[in-house]
Design a protein around this ligand. Structure first.
Ligand code: PMP
Length: 441
């Protein structure tokens, strides 16, 4: 049994972290919860992470859902090693980037052309500029609870914000200080999975809307059947580009992402972490018409400024090509989703065993649940779940060899029978401890 992610000898390194990094951490969210710098992990391999003492943890976070192939997949390591000797960045098209572009166009239903970035947030920024020049409009519709990266433009009413702070009408509220007030006038927020309200909002704003951004699975909340189709129909009716944020769903739900999984083709899609198997890369893919604004030969006024020193670098591209070669093998995404569905079923059984009423959520290998009676279809309903029990569960899991919080469990191709058993045993043992301590009531 593991007491925590780090050993006592790690204390000097934690003190160093506190000395040199604000709060000792590498990420800051909107909630006012200090995150102790306690995840000093030294190695990852396949489905597992190790601390300096050699304790092994099943990883169910996987680089915030980046590592569809798990840690250090041999094919990716090999591709990166051989590219490293050939040069890592040229700031010019390279053979791996061109090969990757071809694979993306083949994989992603909406993509006639692609442009590379370094990460999901950058892909979103590029997509925003593309849709604004394409439509000549400026406002963006996003959904309440959706996260599209940390840029000023869309950090409004995300899953890091609190609905108690949000007005029922008028401009939305930014989820962090530091966002210029004027930004709020460029964002319109609609409730996820509420098509009637979404229609009203689109009808009221369509002449100003440059795009509708949607996460096909919003954090852990799945889109209800028909919702994405109805949004796509409204977008088409009012000639508003529909942008799928496939930063997490891309190449995971299906090789062709949520577009293939749900059978809906947006105008544009943004990609990030799932593409790079742990290396920094993002991409925007879209219709010829929209992507033509990135062609240097496009007319003045229609051509947008968009470049990055590392965009299309051959190192990240080589990693992504190797990643996609594995993911495109028939049955890979189906196996990932099958694991997720079995985990969801197993968790549901355990929650029942401990008398916890839970709503199972997510889609395929993105597994989420909420402790509550009513179905969870949007961010506000998810906030009514019993977060205390989820947090307690998240606190127990590391003691039973699982690296992850109390929800949104992801998996990699290395998560198989042994890992499913380990995970369910860990949840069982965690809930038993909490029950014995009287914490489940
Ligand atoms: N969109 C979605 C749906 C995401 O989950 C994330 C990252 N959590 C982003 C965008 C931003 O990606 P990145 O962290 O690579 O900038």
């Amino acid at each position: 049994m593991h007491a925590s992610f780090f050993r006592l000898d790690d204390r000097p390194i934690i003190e160093e972290a506190l000395r040199y990094l604000p709060g000792g951490v590498i990420a800051t969210m909107g909630h006012n919860v200090p995150i102790p710098p306690n995840s000093i992990l030294t190695r990852g391999e396949g489905a597992y992470l190790y601390n300096a003492e050699g304790d092994k943890f099943l990883d169910v976070i996987l680089g915030s859902a980046s590592l569809i192939l798990g840690h250090c997949p041999p094919a990716v390591v090999e591709a990166v090693r051989s590219q490293m000797d050939q040069g890592t960045t040229f700031a010019a098209p390279s053979a791996p980037a061109i090969e990757l572009a071809g694979m993306l166009v083949e994989a992603c239903p909406c993509a006639d052309k692609v442009r590379f970035t370094n990460a999901g947030t950058e892909s979103v920024l590029l997509a925003l500029r593309l849709v604004r020049v394409h439509t000549g409009r400026e406002k963006i519709l996003k959904f309440e609870g959706a996260y599209h990266g940390f840029a000023d433009e869309l950090l409004f009413h995300t899953n890091y914000g609190s609905p108690a702070d949000w007005p029922d009408s008028g401009p939305p509220v930014a989820d962090t200080p530091g966002i210029p007030k004027a930004m709020a006038d460029l964002v319109v927020v609609a409730p996820y999975n509420h098509i009637d309200r979404t229609r009203e909002i689109i009808e009221a704003h369509h002449s100003e809307l440059a795009a509708i951004f949607v996460e096909p699975v919003m954090r852990g909340i799945a889109s209800t059947p028909g919702f994405l189709e109805a949004v796509a129909e409204l977008a088409a009716q009012y000639h508003i580009p529909l942008v799928f944020d496939e930063v997490i769903t891309g190449f995971r739900l299906a090789y062709g992402g949520a577009q293939e999984y749900y059978g809906i083709t947006p105008d544009l899609a943004v990609y990030g972490k799932g593409l790079g198997a742990g290396y920094c890369i993002g991409a925007v893919g879209g219709s010829e018409e929209i992507m033509s604004h990135l062609d240097p030969a496009s007319p003045d006024g229609q051509r947008i400024y968009a470049l990055g020193s590392f965009h299309g670098n051959p190192l990240s591209a080589a990693a992504a090509v190797a990643n996609l070669r594995v993911l495109q093998e028939p049955g890979t995404c189906e196996r990932l989703n099958d694991y997720g569905n079995r985990l969801r079923d197993g968790l549901a059984g355990l929650f029942e065993k401990y008398g916890l009423t839970a709503q199972m959520s997510g889609a395929g290998s993105l597994v989420e649940f909420f402790f509550m009676d009513e179905p969870v279809t949007d961010y506000r309903s998810s906030r009514r779940s019993n977060q205390r029990i989820k947090d307690l569960l998240g606190g127990q899991l590391p003691r039973h060899g699982v690296y992850g919080g109390g929800g949104r469990f992801t998996s990699s191709i290395y998560h198989g029978e042994d890992e499913l058993t380990l995970m369910l045993d860990a949840v069982d043992a965690s809930l038993r401890t909490l029950q014995e301590a009287g914490d489940l009531s």
